[in-house]
Design a protein around this ligand. Sequence first.
Ligand code: MRU
Length: 363
Amino acid sequence: MTDLLDRLPRALEWHDGDLYLLDQTRLPLEEVVERQDSVADVFEAIRVLKVRGAPAIGVAAAYGLCVALGPLREGPVDAMRRRLPEVAAYLNAARPTAVNLSWALRRMEQRAARSTTATTAAELYAALVDEAEAIHREDQALCLGIGEAGAALIAAGAGVLTHCNAGALATSGIGTATAPMYLAHRAGVPFRVYADETRPLLQGARLTSWELGRAGVDVTLIADTMTASMMAEGRIDLVITGTDRVAANGDVANKIGTLGVAILARHFGIPFYVACPSSTIDLDCPTGADIPIEERASDEVTSFGARRTAPDDVKVRNPAFDVTPNELVTGLITERGIVSAPYGENLARLFGPDAPRRSGASR
Ligand code: MRU
């Protein structure tokens, strides 16, 4: 995978005890990488979407804990152990919908609890860095697994629609929704991707069309309002999106607008797949109705970039995600293969407590 990764942007990097994030709010105009000097920096980066996408915020939060605890390395180990849950709770509050955030932070806490032989703060810190690096490496492997499971869905000549950005920028690897695209492209399959803009924050325009284009994938940008007519014209053969959380019954939370795309796909008889690493499956969440949906600031809707586009006193709603019911999902592309209905049964069998264990993973 290194050849692919080398051509893709990196959302985050960890070097010599420091976390670096590519500021995605400035893309595609500027590529600015910022060192995160405090846990408040990391919290803010997640909140304002400098780092975004479910897997990437999980990895960033795991390293964010290390950023917070690093300065306590010379002190007593108990002080670090006491501080850890406070920092984890703080970071976990940055955004509510993507389950990867709480999943990664829980793994970090579990690692600390297991590290009973760490008698100094320096040893405990080393164990936590090791866990964050494991989460980071595993995320890359999950992306690759999704790519391998999903690449065959992309036939020569196909038109593939994606929504928002579930690409390299949303993960630490080759993306989730984009992973089948990158592998099909590397295998020489000719196909075209339609990236919708994804109002209000334009992740499709600013991020997906940028990263796919940079990697040499044939990508066409469309406004969200064009999706139905592109489908009606027969240009779309397949939809692949990412997800922020999959409930136990297979309902899928993803970027606002995904539900509309899924309904359109059903109307036009187009398969609708959701790329989903196991880190995004929440078997403790029974249905989509139980997924917390983030409501973001109104100015994201009342302006287009820096320009105000609505009256000052207009009432606004700005839910950042919606829930697509499982019956609209043709399949979940996971690192363990494509999961289809009945989702409750199949997700529990593949990812529940009795499922075969994955290396290093603890749910
Ligand atoms: O608000 P964002 O940009 O974090 O939303 C991102 C998405 O909705 C992605 O589709 C999802 O996180 C999957 S990323 C592999």
